[in-house]
Design a protein around this ligand. Structure first.
Ligand code: SAM
Length: 381
């Protein structure tokens, strides 16, 4: 029995009692009227309402993003008539949107009836990756309309499966450029948040060469190049994606230092020579057998002093974060491939693939990405 199982085992009678009490309307009415339990009752009612209404909150954000409201307010607080004109809405609709977005801390009420950025709206300025994610959620929103159809794996047209073209392809390396363009752009736009996490967590000084497997348009390696000017850079991705990365390297003046190689990481051997292999937002995209293939290929390609770095949102079982287990769990189900894994799950798979030790490197915002570094066991070769 794992330590987490043991804790829930001993708590079982307490949890059962709690469930019986909370399920009773009489107890709930008592808890809401008792001054001692009222704050807890209110908090629980609010949490339940938030879960119930979450899809509406997301659509309020979608409306703000589509109207580019945060960019408009970045210039300074505005009165409703001016805002209404800029947004192309009636004044009544503008007030409705501002109040909704204000309740979600996206915007905030200012003096003289004006509206300005809220703390969450301000955090979206200069971070185009969040707006791009919100925009593409239109596809996820459509797919989630029938959650049971997804859970039961009923056949049907899924928008995200079409978008992430490699998810359902038997031969992803033959996908044409037009089928990889949209997701590659989205990944490139949202990469800045992730590379900041990784570069803040893991020092690159001890390495000579990095191979970024599934490296997309090269945004991560471009950030790496700036941080570690001594590193040689190699990227491996599907051929049309690698071609975009090579173009990016040329545009950034990295042509001499950086090479992008096209191929299928589940069929082709990984290029050798790097003493650091990175898998950034890759592992959760794939089922266990594919991940084992990838880990084994990385283990074969690494020298004895090499390291494998895995960075992605990871399931935080047992007290899991909704950001991974609810969001990514259902996102990847709609995409039709992969699942978020916990650190112990990834660790077990790494051990089976021939990695001796693994270490979680603390990262500033684990909800964006946790960083795991593994050392190959070369006594096992
Ligand atoms: C979720 S994206 C992550 C991209 C990048 N690492 C990032 O974080 O921005 C997954 C990447 O894996 C690539 N990929 C998927 N299946 C692949 C395969 N079988 N062989 C090579 N690359 C693959 C995709 O083209 C895509 O660039």
């Amino acid at each position: 029995m794992q330590a987490s199982d043991l804790a829930t085992f001993w708590l079982e009678p307490v949890l059962s009692l709690r469930d019986r009490l909370v399920a009773s309307p009489r107890f709930r009415a008592w808890a809401a009227s008792n001054p001692l339990t009222r704050p807890i009752a209110r908090r629980q009612a609010r949490s339940l309402f938030d879960v119930t209404a979450g899809f509406v909150y997301s659509q309020v954000l979608a409306a703000c993003v589509r109207l580019q409201l945060f960019d408009v307010l970045a210039a300074g607080p505005q009165a409703v008539p001016d805002l209404a004109r800029r947004l192309g809405l009636s004044e009544e609709a503008t007030v409705r949107l501002m109040r909704a977005a204000g309740s979600l801390k996206l915007v905030s009420r200012r003096s003289r009836g004006r509206w300005g950025l809220g703390p969450l709206g301000a955090a979206m300025i200069g971070n185009p990756g969040i707006a791009a994610m919100v925009e593409h959620h239109a596809l996820l929103y459509a797919d989630l309309k029938e959650p049971l159809a997804l859970l039961r794996e009923e056949p049907g047209e899924r928008q995200l499966q079409n978008y992430w073209s490699y998810a359902r392809s038997e031969t992803p390396s033959s996908l044409p450029a037009e089928r990889v363009g949209a997701y590659t752009q989205l990944m490139g736009t949202s990469q800045a948040m992730i590379s900041q996490e990784i570069l803040a967590a893991y020092p690159l000084d001890r390495h000579r060469q990095i191979l970024d497997v599934g490296g997309g348009d090269g945004s991560f390696l471009t950030a790496v190049a700036e941080r570690a000017p001594h590193l040689r850079l190699t990227l491996f991705d599907l051929p049309p994606v690698a071609a975009r990365a090579q173009q990016r390297f040329a545009d950034k003046g990295l042509g001499e230092r950086a090479l992008a190689i096209g191929g299928d990481f589940l069929r082709d051997p990984l290029p050798r020579g790097a003493d650091l292999i990175s898998l950034v937002r890759i592992v959760h995209d794939h089922p266990d057998d594919a991940v084992m293939t990838l880990f084994r290929a990385a283990r074969v390609a690494l020298p004895p002093d090499g390291r494998l770095l895995i960075a992605e949102p990871m399931s935080a079982a047992p007290a899991s974060e909704p950001a991974t287990d609810a969001y990514f769990g259902f996102y990847l189900m709609a995409m039709g491939r992969g699942r978020p894994r916990s650190v112990p799950e990834i660790r077990t798979m790494l051990r089976r693939a021939g990695f001796a030790r693994t270490r979680v490197v603390p990262s500033p915002t684990p909800v964006l990405a946790r960083v795991l570094v593994a050392v190959p066991d070369h006594s096992n070769v």
